[in-house]
Design a protein around this ligand. Structure first.
Ligand code: SAH
Length: 213
């Protein structure tokens, strides 16, 4: 299950699905997805599917993790500080942390955050800071961010996230309810103009407000 061959199969599938960024493929081939799942499900970690992580939440499908990361990296700007909204299992966090300088990740469900913290420690990632809060408000004390990636879908793009984008910063976010689309939004230089590109239909859990203990 944890063998290099199993992970290579996952990488081969990502390539078939159109993922091309070699850094993203390398990192996904190296990252043990099974440790981000509860033991009962860990044998399914390398399937190309989203999987439950408790509290009604899911670890995203490998394709979507790869795709969102590739979009963020491909936007072209420097990526020193990246905010993730929705830590969940911590898997996407760990992929990001191997590709950018600092990751700040916000989760509203405390027990999920606690588990993610243990897992990130276990694989030795030290450039990640976690916060228990409503990520719809971003993390103003740590911004502005070169990149923001949301792994939960709001109905409308929160203005706080746009406000926390650095000059030329990029926001990758699913938007909608019953039907959702993935959007890439780039701040135009230092201006308050934002350029939006609609990328592909997606299915994420909703961005909810408030926090739970
Ligand atoms: N990146 C995660 C995906 C988890 S699913 C992974 O790789 O496992 C999305 C996560 O977003 C859930 O854990 C959910 O609790 C969280 N979430 C939803 N609304 C949120 C909000 N307003 N603030 C922070 N986290 C939120």
């Amino acid at each position: 299950m944890t063998s290099q061959r199993t992970r290579q199969r996952l990488v081969d599938r990502l390539i078939e699905q159109g993922v091309t960024n070699p850094q993203v493929l390398d990192v996904m081939g190296d990252t043990p997805r099974h440790i981000f799942l509860d033991e009962a499900l860990s044998h399914r970690a390398y399937e190309d599917t989203s999987l439950p992580i408790g509290y009604g939440q899911t670890l995203s499908q490998p394709y979507i993790v790869a795709r969102m990361t590739e979009i963020l990296l491909g936007a072209g700007g420097k990526l020193e500080r990246v905010l993730e909204v929705g830590t969940g299992s911590g898997y996407q966090t760990s992929v990001l942390a191997q590709l950018v300088s600092h990751v700040y990740s916000v989760e509203r469900i405390k027990p999920l955050q606690d588990k993610a913290r243990d897992r990130l420690r276990k694989i030795g990632l030290r450039n990640v800071e976690l916060r228990h809060a409503d990520g719809g408000y971003g993390w103003p004390e740590r911004g502005p961010f070169d990149g923001i990636l949301s792994t939960a879908a709001p109905r409308e793009v929160p203005s706080e996230l746009l406000a926390q984008l650095a000059p030329n910063g990029v926001l990758v976010i699913p938007v909608g309810a019953a039907t959702q689309e993935l959007r890439m939004i780039i701040r135009d230089g230092e201006s308050d103009k934002f350029i939006t590109q609609v990328l592909e239909p997606v299915k994420f859990v909703p961005l909810l407000s408030g926090v739970t203990r």
